[in-house]
Write a protein that binds this ligand. Structure first.
Ligand code: NAD
Ligand code: MG
Length: 391
């Protein structure tokens, strides 16, 4: 939805102070055709103030009232509306001045703003994978109905999207979803048992937020991405094959019905998929290191070890059960990772908690947004209960 006259495009970013949010703003910095209509973040007032002064949005959202009050005082010299809470996120999502909503927020909190934006006809540059994992059955049909594009920002899904370019109709035989394998690739279960927060935060190739970095080490992130791929590209679960590729150069590939495989290769840098989503179908110049095949010499591939890294196995299980189960998988993981980062539980207790939360849940088929959020809440409560009983 480019403005035909000058090629300019206006965007709103939910989660502008995070890893994806700040890299989106870097892309904006390098592309004067992009304007920022609105920004939202949780509570980092100082960072948001700096962003407001640099990018001049009309509206900004802070999750907490206290942070919003603080921000209002700091930017009282500017004509910017400061909104708060879920209402604020919803107001930003439907802002008439913006054409694309970048969902760079973390967690299921993104569901309602994403739905609101689609209903208002905005294209979505989607990083917030939790929304598709838990509400893909609501979001994808709605987007089709409203004729809006869901443009993937997640690097693997962007690679798949790029590989599908120029291929009309769904001729996918298989999606080859690549995974670096994370910092613990090749480790045994016994070795995993002793892993500490500092170990899990050392990703070999990508620099990302803390939660998703831990998710990469457990392969839960890949499990969420399998579900994300299923919704985005309308394929069956058994058409998504995870391939461990430690160099993170092939960002994913599509195998078509004639056996041809088309892949996208590049340096591990989120700015490329972000820029591609914002300018699709155009490719814009971008600086940075190029892949040097001579330097690399070889690219290698392995089968994922689902017995050691149960996160992936549990994700396939949740996806197969469907309905509200992916929500339980995601919510249990969110809580378990937060507990691990707080050093309240050990590394292997992450999959253990996810597994037991899934076991106690009875699946609701085709859940509504309310039922999804209820299942999330119940999962949080279940885990809080488990923890208070002596973990
Ligand atoms: P992050 O933790 O670095 O940033 C999250 C952002 O969301 C922050 O700006 C934070 O202020 C904001 N936020 C959190 N709660 C909020 C609330 N209640 N209201 C308003 N803002 C809120 O996370 P990230 O790594 O940038 O990941 C964001 C999303 O993108 C996640 O869904 C993640 O899975 C996905 N993703 C990230 C990467 C990556 O490289 N970081 C890659 C692919 C996909
Ligand atoms: Mg990814």
């Amino acid at each position: 939805m480019n403005d035909e006259r000058n090629g300019s495009k206006s965007i709103a970013i939910l989660g502008s102070t995070g890893s994806i949010g700040t890299q989106t703003l870097e892309v904006v910095r390098n592309n004067p055709q992009l304007q920022v209509a609105a920004l939202a973040a949780n509570s980092s007032v100082e960072k948001l103030e700096a962003q407001v002064r640099e990018f001049h949005p009309k509206m900004v959202g802070m999750w907490t009232e206290k942070a919003a009050e603080d921000l209002r005082i700091r930017i009282s010299d500017l004509d910017v509306k400061v909104v708060t809470g879920m209402e604020g996120l919803l107001e930003i999502a439907v802002l008439p001045e913006s054409q694309v909503l970048v969902t760079a927020i973390v967690g299921m909190i993104g569901i309602r703003p994403t739905i609101a934006a689609i209903e208002a006809g905005k294209d979505i540059a989607l990083a917030n994978k939790e929304t598709l994992v838990t509400a893909g059955h609501l979001i994808m049909p709605l987007a089709r109905e409203r004729g809006v594009s869901i443009l993937p920002v997640d690097s693997e899904h962007s690679a798949i999207f790029q590989s599908l370019n120029g291929e009309p109709g769904n001729r996918i035989e298989k999606i080859l979803l690549t995974a670096s394998g994370g910092p613990f690739r090749g480790r045994t279960r016994e070795q995993l048992a002793g892993m500490q927060v500092e170990d899990a935060l050392k990703h070999p190739n990508w620099s990302m937020g803390r939660k998703i970095t831990v998710d990469s080490s457990t392969l839960v992130n890949k499990g969420l991405e399998v579900m994300e791929a299923k919704w985005l590209f309308d394929v069956k679960l058994d058409q998504v094959q995870v391939v461990v590729h430690p160099q993170s150069i092939i960002h994913s590939a599509v195998q078509f019905v004639d056996g041809a495989i088309i892949a996208q290769l590049g340096m591990p840098d989120m700015k490329l998929p972000i820029q591609y989503a914002l300018f699709y179908p155009d490719r814009r110049p971008m600086d940075g290191k190029r892949v040097d095949l001579f330097e690399l010499q070889q690219l290698t591939f392995e089968k994922p070890d689902q017995e050691t890294f149960e996160g992936l196995k549990l994700a396939y299980q949740a996806a197969r059960q469907g309905g509200s189960m992916p929500t339980v998988f995601n919510a249990a993981n969110e809580k378990a990772v937060a507990l691990f980062l707080d050093k309240k539980i050990s590394y292997l207790q992450i999959p253990e908690l996810i597994g037991s939360a899934m076991e106690q849940h009875s699946v609701i088929k085709n859940p509504t947004v309310e039922q999804i959020l209820e299942a999330e809440q119940q999962t949080y409560e279940y885990i809080a209960g488990r923890i208070s009983y002596g973990w």
